[in-house]
Design a protein around this ligand. Structure first.
Ligand SMILES: Cc1cc2nc3c(=O)[nH]c(=O)nc-3n(C[C@H](O)[C@H](O)[C@H](O)COP(=O)(O)OP(=O)(O)OC[C@H]3O[C@@H](n4cnc5c(N)ncnc54)[C@H](O)[C@@H]3O)c2cc1C
Length: 554
């Protein structure tokens, strides 16, 4: 089939799903007014693939039947392919101003990462699970499926175990498949997706096999219910809510009540090693997609801040030029980081492709040494550092700048109707307009800024960016255990005259693992628990000894 049109995508959502929003069941999402804006935006996204001028940057030929499919499914393994992917990802993110974290591209990249690591990770015990993941990637690619995903367990009580959280688990097996019950969060895009992928995030420990699952099912599967938050869009004026009316992706709790998952849709089954190693093994198509999205948003937010300075009549002030100049420079850094992430992806992808046929690769060996949550101590970490640290911090900072610049003008945002009413329109023009900018344009810009950083949509966006790559506290802690710490401390030791002859100073500083075999960096004897809180104790990372044993490679 290949790429779908927007109309085909929208028609596919009429599936009698069990979706609840604001106290009512929404059986036909295409007729639910608050979702009209997001459906229009995703519909435009699908339609864009059919534009002749975009096809070279957006698509490639499906190996199945030669039909054009999105290049967000391309398992790039050469520099040309990585660049082709990045061009498509970047253009699509610019088209949505970086405001849709879960554009279908996101999960397309996710299933591609999963397919590449499937042979040596998902199939390490039973090849059938790898075959399932590869077939599922082909299915999503060739049918142009729109996916939501849930990785996080519900948090009923932080201090208790998974059973007390009522986390999703297998309750029985049948010849047809596994039956699962429990809940998962947070299913962004669920109201307008075709299927849901359930996968790992926080690591599982021995004894939690029933919770070590990954699978995908259609959103409209019997027993599966989505309880979504109230929409920030109202199906109303785009002048008044310019972003909420276009880009509110929706978030939902996914509740599974004895849902039958057919065997061919199961990718991880009661397998703690595969569960914990899945994300850390991803070459990073997802990461590059997410970073391209973050860069597009930073560009948009910088443009918005500059536009605000213009309409407020302050762009000539040195103070404003200094504040905005910093963000223009941060965009340059973002470009450099995306470029570096793309090069890093190429290295990681080639490593993972090599492991597919490496008879000496033993997943359990690597699992003993790999920090969870993408923090393999032997991998390059530019992409993940951009996602975890650069983007959320810059995003929070630009939001703060916009709030400070806007001040009362952000709040004094009348509606479109006030400009249509002659009793108020003249006053608004007189008191809010200036020589260069009409009151209407100024209010329009301020409403955009409000929606971006302060209203319901903007408030959610800010939280979203902070948690996009997981818990920021945990991210920082994980980075503490990377080999860099030892390397940098070794510099100090060198100055103090305490350096060993083969110190990290003499290594290249690269941490890419060129074979899948055990790295000498650290062994289980070095494993350190991070966090004393019960839910986090599960996440064990390998701490390098002084970093001096970090082998320079490649
Ligand atoms: C808008 C939005 C959209 C999302 N969309 C998706 C999605 O589409 N799919 C998906 O799978 N997930 C999604 N998520 C979930 C996201 O992955 C998680 O928010 C993230 O991983 C953090 O997990 P959590 O929310 O459960 O936070 P928690 O783990 O509950 O942490 C909350 C806070 O408590 C702190 N904390 C936790 N434990 C401790 C401790 N032991 N000691 C001290 N402090 C602690 C954390 O640092 C954090 O500040 C979304 C989240 C948001 C906000």
């Amino acid at each position: 089939m290949g790429i779908r049109t927007g109309a085909q995508y929208i028609a596919s959502l009429r599936d009698d799903r069990a979706l609840y929003i604001a106290g009512q069941r929404v059986r036909d999402v295409t007729a639910y007014a608050p979702l009209a804006g997001i459906l229009g935006s995703i519909g435009e996204h699908f339609d864009a693939f059919h534009k002749p001028e975009l096809q070279a940057d957006y698509t490639y030929a499906s190996p199945t039947d030669g039909q054009p499919v999105s290049n967000s499914f391309l398992p790039a393994r050469t520099w040309d392919e990585v660049q082709q992917r990045l061009r498509g990802e970047s253009l699509r993110k610019e088209a949505t101003f970086g405001l849709m974290g879960r554009l279908p591209d996101f999960m397309n990249a996710f299933v591609t990462d999963a397919a590449v690591i499937a042979p040596h990770v998902l199939g390490h015990r039973d090849k059938a699970f790898a075959d399932n993941a590869i077939r599922y990637w082909e299915y999503c690619r060739d049918q142009d499926i729109c996916l939501t995903h849930t990785l996080v367990d519900p948090k009923r009580d932080y201090g208790k175990d998974l059973s007390a959280q009522r986390a999703l688990k297998v309750v029985r097996e049948t010849d047809a498949g596994i039956v699962v019950s429990g809940a998962r969060m947070l299913s962004t895009l669920a109201p307008v997706s075709n299927e849901i992928w359930v996968g790992p995030f926080m690591p599982r420990r021995p004894g939690e096999e029933d919770y070590a699952l990954s699978f995908a099912v259609p959103v409209a599967t019997p027993g599966l219910k989505f309880i979504a938050r109230e929409s920030y869009a109202r199906g109303g004026s785009r002048f008044d809510r310019p972003l909420a009316e276009r880009f509110d992706e929706g978030d939902a709790l996914a509740v599974f009540d004895n849902v039958l998952v057919p065997w061919e849709r199961v990718f991880i089954y009661r397998d703690i090693v595969a569960y914990n190693m899945m994300a850390p093994s991803f070459p990073g198509y997802l990461l590059l997609q997410a970073n391209a999205r973050g860069r597009a948003k930073l560009r948009f937010m910088t443009g918005l801040a500059c536009k605000m300075a213009d309409v407020l009549g302050r762009s000539e002030l040195p103070r404003y030029q200094e504040l905005l100049g910093e963000f223009l420079a941060l965009n340059e850094i973002a470009d450099g980081l995306v470029e570096a992430s793309a090069r890093e992806l190429l290295v990681h992808a080639q490593e993972e492709f090599a492991k597919q046929t490496d008879a000496g690769f033993v997943l359990e060996d690597v699992a003993r040494e790999t920090a969870s949550l993408f923090a393999s101590p032997t991998r390059g970490m530019v992409g993940i550092s951009m996602l975890r640290f650069f983007l959320p911090e810059v995003n929070t900072k630009v939001n703060e700048l916009i709030r400070l610049m806007g001040s009362s003008s952000l709040v004094m945002s009348v509606t479109e109707a006030d400009f249509a009413n002659p009793e108020t329109a003249t006053d608004l023009e007189q008191f809010l307009g200036n020589d260069k900018t009409s009151a209407r344009e100024r209010v329009q810009v301020m409403k955009l800024a409000w929606d971006a950083v302060a209203g319901e949509f903007g408030g959610r966006q800010e939280i979203y960016e902070i948690f996009f790559a997981g818990d920021p506290f945990l991210s920082r802690q994980l980075h503490y255990f990377t080999p860099r710490r030892g390397q940098y401390q070794a510099m100090v030791d060198r100055l103090l005259g305490n350096a060993e002859p083969s110190s990290a100073f003499h290594s290249t500083g690269r941490h890419s693992q060129t074979s899948g075999r055990a790295s000498p960096v650290a062994g289980p004897e070095n494993a350190e628990s991070i966090r004393s809180a019960p839910h986090a104790v599960r996440c064990r990372v390998s701490a390098p000894r002084n970093g001096v044993r970090c082998r320079a490679q490649g």
